[in-house]
Design a protein around this ligand. Structure first.
Ligand code: SF4
Ligand code: SF4
Length: 465
């Protein structure tokens, strides 16, 4: 496959394709600098969080578990079930609006700093490639040279490591859904014992390998939906990785500016283009392909340092700042976004405060909701109790009423972890002919983590017409 010539970028098509539409492979040059250092530390923290989280436990349960098979989500010991779907709405809304606000303020900051696509490619797959094949020059030479035994050996080793890393990442990802304990158990059993999980691991390994090892920047440029709509979220005040054209132009190759001060600071060295992982020239302005990775900032700062000119020819700056206009942080649009965010956070807190760790649903029996007997009116109910936690829950239920009683008088029992029970029961009303108030209060007590919790449910008596 041909490689991108960064000194000859086309104006009328994607830089990563040739005139026939074939892909041009990008091999970015190595970059050093303070943004690179900050990003590496941040990415290592993110990678550590991703890899370690499925191993961490909180109060005997996984710290995070998306248990799709049992329709549960565990977060710091709290178990959320399908009844808590509104919480998911608020969580997704908060994350979505968080991304919108970040984009309005700082452009594609998510892509360059926290997107798994960037983190895994930059910190894992490119590092393996550089370690096995060599730097940019060595990788270019290896692609251009006739096939030799050493190239076959290096490429084979590279792909073996890619497959190995993809397999580890796929297992780590699946551990978020089944827990490491179960996954390790499954790994010791034949695949037919857990076909679904086995197939998911194979599919995710393949997807990770395809995307991070081969497809790479194509995903950001062609497929990522966020990249498409980011431009409508930004305005003149959004701070993005930008080239200071007023300072840099007119550009001229070499150090001629030392003789002619009217020239710009850009020495047209193409260093900023050579390090770009999406193959663009930032000097052409903000482009859809720019993922805000900051590599061109570090590359240009290094050049400016060498030619004794101030750093920051490429830097984080807004359009207003570059044009010498006042830079405004607050805008009506940002207030609007923050208003929606506030509503979503309020909704989330309210819904979370209503969350219950033990579910009780009381329904009337469909057939024969009541029977009149000699001892009074018998109302016929059924109760569904669900324990979505990781430990047994003891419960005790009675009726708080002077005109009615439960039959049996008290409903008690124990529900094992992650189980539910259905219990029919009667409510007996001896003086039902003179009953004024049909609402009756059931008291439900349950013991969870050694503490008795009390809640109340209202049921309505059914009387003969
Ligand atoms: S233009 Fe700069 S910030 Fe944008 S992707 Fe290329 S190197 Fe990264
Ligand atoms: S690295 Fe700086 S000086 Fe070199 S071409 Fe890019 S903007 Fe110009």
């Amino acid at each position: 496959m041909s490689t991108l010539d960064f000194r000859d970028l086309p104006e009328d098509r994607l830089a990563t394709t040739d005139a026939e539409g074939n892909r041009l492979w990008i091999i970015p040059a190595r970059v050093r600098g303070h943004w690179k250092n900050r990003k590496t530390i941040f990415h290592i923290v993110l990678l550590a969080i991703f890899v370690l989280t499925p191993w961490l436990r909180w109060g005997g349960s996984p710290i995070v578990l998306f248990d799709i098979f049992n329709r549960q989500f565990v977060f710091f010991g709290k178990v959320f079930a399908s009844h808590d779907a509104p919480l998911l709405f608020f969580v997704l809304g908060i994350l979505g609006f968080g991304l919108i606000i970040a984009t309005a303020l700082y452009g594609r900051v998510w892509c360059g700093w926290a997107c798994p696509q960037t983190v895994f490619i930059e910190q894992v797959f490119r590092r393996i490639e550089t370690w096995v094949v060599g730097n940019r020059a060595a990788q270019l030479a290896a692609r251009k040279a006739p096939m030799q035994w050493k190239h076959i050996r290096r490429n084979t080793l590279k792909w073996i490591l890619f497959v190995l890393v993809s397999t580890i990442l796929a297992h780590t990802f699946i551990a978020y859904f089944v827990s490491w304990e179960k996954l390790l158990q499954m790994m010791q059993q034949p695949p037919e014992e857990s076909w679904t999980t086995f197939l998911f691991v194979i599919v995710f390994t393949g997807l990770i390998l395809f995307d991070f090892a081969w497809f790479r920047e194509q995903f950001c440029i062609i497929m990522c939906p966020y990249g498409r709509f980011q431009s409508v979220l930004m305005d003149q005040n959004s701070v993005t990785v930008s080239y200071d054209y007023n300072r840099g132009e007119p550009r001229v190759r070499g150090l001629k500016k030392d003789q002619d001060p009217s020239l710009g600071d850009c020495i047209d060295c193409y260093k900023c283009v050579s390090v770009c992982p999406t193959g663009i020239d930032i000097r052409r302005g903000t482009q859809l392909e720019c993922i805000g990775c900051t590599a061109c900032i570090d590359a240009c700062d290094e050049v400016m340092e060498k030619v004794n000119r101030p750093k920051g020819l490429i830097r984080y700056a807004s359009q207003n700042e570059l044009e010498g206009q006042a830079q405004a942080f607050w805008s009506p649009r940002l207030f609007g976004y923050l208003g929606v965010m506030g509503l979503l956070i309020g909704g989330f807190i309210f819904t979370l405060s209503q969350h219950q760790s033990f579910y009780v649903a009381i329904l009337r029996q469909n057939q024969r909701p009541y029977v009149v007997t000699e001892s009074g009116l018998m109302n016929n109910f059924k109760m569904h109790l669900k324990n979505p936690t990781f430990e047994p829950v003891e419960y005790s239920i009675f009726l708080d009423s002077e005109v009615a009683e439960l039959a049996p008088e008290k409903i008690t029992g124990m529900i094992e972890a992650n189980q539910d029970v259905h219990r029919p029961f009667f409510v007996r009303i001896p003086q039902w002919e003179t009953l004024d108030e049909r609402s009756l209060t059931m008291v439900i007590r349950y013991k969870i983590k050694g503490q008795w919790v009390e809640k109340f449910e209202t049921i309505r008596a059914v009387l003969p017409k």
